[in-house]
Write a protein of this length. Structure first.
Length: 118
């Protein structure tokens, strides 16, 4: 059985970027996750221990978002690797990490990284 747990539109204020003001002012980021997880047992037992606790996943993402980095590529990779390491039932992670209104002198909604790790 193929199944997924999806967390959409998690918003964070974080301090990622190569420009000096980005580490002081910060920026708004949106994270979307798709986690491949076998939920068959949880469907039968109705027991949280038989699935992935998405509240704990959120706290893991939040912790990684609070660690400043220069590149959102680095942040996305850290999040994906940590989720795979900390939550053994997760078989793959798909992450879309968006920096809203990046400071690049252009009228742009966001710059994003889309990453999938098995």
């Amino acid at each position: 059985m193929q199944s997924q747990i999806i967390l959409r539109d998690m918003h964070f204020i974080a301090y990622h970027g190569v420009l000096p003001q980005e580490s002081v002012i910060g920026n708004e980021y949106v994270v979307n996750l798709t986690l491949s997880v076998d939920i068959h047992k949880a469907m039968q037992t109705d027991d949280l221990n038989d699935t992935v606790n998405y509240a704990e996943v959120y706290e893991t993402v939040k912790a990684e978002m609070l660690q400043p980095s220069k590149l959102i590529e680095h942040v996305a990779g850290r999040i994906a690797h940590r989720l795979l390491d900390d939550f053994p039932p997760i078989k793959s992670v798909e992450i879309l990490l968006e920096k809203l209104n990046p400071p690049m002198g252009a009228d742009i909604h966001s710059a994003a990284v889309h990453l999938t790790l098995p």
